[in-house]
Design a protein around this ligand. Structure first.
Ligand code: PAF
Length: 282
């Protein structure tokens, strides 16, 4: 299995083996891989001659230094998990220096307001960091197709916008959320939850499902009131936001329009660990 920490070594390997001329599927990650990431790798293998995964905890997308410090870093076990899918997958696990070359700063992007909704409101600068690293990774890997999970639906829309605005020649493919048996959306951050917190976290998906049912007959405001009430006085979960938004623009739904597709978005804290989830409503 090939694991590279330097972009120059990755580029040489692709060139020497003519892989740069094949279809390249790319799965960008921050590691702590779970079944959701592995499903992206499987999809990439099905549809591309070469598959590359990056494992890089990107400092510029963390607005909270504590979150960056505590983000799980598990390269060895990640590599073992990748091997179970295919030993042909190429791993690019760079250092901060290899990506940022001494200037660990974000570019500033205008994503046509997508960046100012939900996560953007609560995590200032987050999407500048995501845009910066994703663009650099695309320049390094030069993928034909790139795979992103729908759990980070806002990120997925922003990456599509980045590709459109920067005229990048890569197709972005969104893939369904993978869930634990109790409905908790798989996330690298789940590694930080206790067994009890994981069990109790089923409330997130249950609430989203209930919101989806209510949205059939109630207004977006009434649905939001229900969700706020569900989390008020919860012993361990604190609601950061709940939004019903138009899937394309991510703008809050004020009045339902039958022609639009809506999605509910939620962020909650448990013991300082931030969890997000989303569900399509219609
Ligand atoms: O979704 C993630 O893991 C990250 O935001 C990404 C896309 C790998 C960029 O660092």
């Amino acid at each position: 299995m090939h694991i590279f920490s330097k972009k120059v070594d990755l580029a040489n390997h692709l060139k020497e083996n003519n892989l740069d001329k094949s279809t390249v599927g790319f799965v960008p990650t921050m590691g702590a891989l779970h079944a959701g990431h592995l499903s992206l790798l499987k999809k990439s293998i099905e549809n591309n001659a070469t598959t590359i995964i990056s494992i890089f905890v990107n400092p510029t997308q963390f607005n909270n230094p504590e979150d960056l410090k505590k983000y799980p870093r598990t390269l060895e076990s990640d590599v073992e998990k990748i091997k179970t899918i295919s030993e042909k997958i190429i791993v690019y696990a760079p250092t901060v220096e290899d990506i940022y070359e001494g200037n660990t700063k974000s570019e500033h992007y205008n994503f046509d307001e997508l960046e100012n909704q939900m996560e953007g409101k609560f995590r200032p600068g987050h999407f500048d960091g995501v845009g910066t690293v994703v663009k650099r990774l695309f320049e390094i890997v030069n993928p034909t197709n790139a795979y992103f999970g729908e759990k980070d639906f806002q990120q997925l829309q922003i990456v599509k916008k980045l590709v459109e605005k920067e005229k990048l020649s890569v197709t972005i493919i969104g893939c369904p959320i993978f869930r634990e048996q109790n409905g908790l959306a798989m996330s690298s951050r789940n590694e930080r939850l206790s067994e009890n917190e994981k069990k109790e976290a089923s409330i997130i998906f249950k609430t989203l499902n209930k919101a989806k049912n209510l949205f059939g007959t109630k207004s977006a405001k009434e649905v939001a009131e229900y969700v706020i009430k569900t989390f008020s006085n919860h012993p361990i979960f604190e609601l950061e936001y709940f939004e019903i938004a138009d899937e394309a623009s991510l703008l809050t739904c004020k009045r339902k329009n039958k022609k639009k597709k809506y999605r509910a978005f939620i962020a909650v804290f448990v013991n300082k660990i931030r969890l997000i989830d989303t569900i399509s409503l219609n």
